[in-house]
Design a protein around this ligand. Structure first.
Ligand code: AMP
Length: 177
């Protein structure tokens, strides 16, 4: 698909939900974008355009909305697909990485055999907010012997400064708020 000069038009397909899941948070709902055939295919193509498929062995999606972006990207790249999930969801032996929530901490998990030594992993999610989730996933990838080929999201919430936490990685987002 032909790429437009700016990806800003995608914002028409992202719905703001004030005070979800709790007071004070503006939730960025991507379901209108997923449901719109041009916006969804454009999003996948535009993310793919920024990375060299020859330099990506596997695409890693972060539960849950990251899966929706990672799966079509992996197919497009003819790369493997890896799910990183919240604690207790994966059925086999896992590596776990603690990450910060607004109150307290939780764990992200990956199957121990998800990554072969030296594999180049593209990490994908829908939204970059504080960057804690993406950073924890990058650490998990490295702990499993992988190399982070890049980190990509549909959007970043620039005012939260998440990008700074990922300074050592090739981070890319299509749109910024
Ligand atoms: P963070 O670790 O703060 O960068 O948060 C990123 C993760 O939380 C991603 O998996 C997002 O899907 C989700 N997230 C954080 N803030 C929002 C938001 N305002 N709208 C939608 N998802 C969000």
């Amino acid at each position: 698909m032909i790429q437009e000069a700016s990806h800003e038009w995608l914002k028409e397909h992202i719905r703001d939900i004030p005070d979800f899941p709790k007071q004070g948070i503006v939730f960025k709902d991507i379901t209108p974008l997923l449901a719109h055939k041009k916006a969804f295919s454009y999003t996948i193509d535009a993310l793919a355009h920024n990375f060299d498929s020859d330099e990506v062995d596997k695409v890693l999606g972060i539960e849950a909305r990251g899966f929706m972006v990672a799966a079509p990207l992996a197919y497009r790249f003819t790369a493997g697909l890896i799910p990183v999930r919240k604690k207790g969801k994966l059925p086999w032996s896992v590596e776990a990485q603690e990450y910060e929530l607004e109150y307290g901490t939780d764990y992200l998990e990956i199957h121990k055999d998800a990554i072969e030594p030296g594999e180049r992993i593209l990490i994908v999610d829908d939204v970059l907010a504080t960057g804690g989730t993406a950073k924890a996933t990058a650490l998990l990838t490295e702990r499993c012997g992988g190399k982070v080929a890049g980190i990509a999201t549909i959007m970043e919430l620039g005012f939260l400064g998440g990008r700074r936490r990922l300074a050592e990685y090739d981070f890319f987002s299509l749109i910024s708020y």
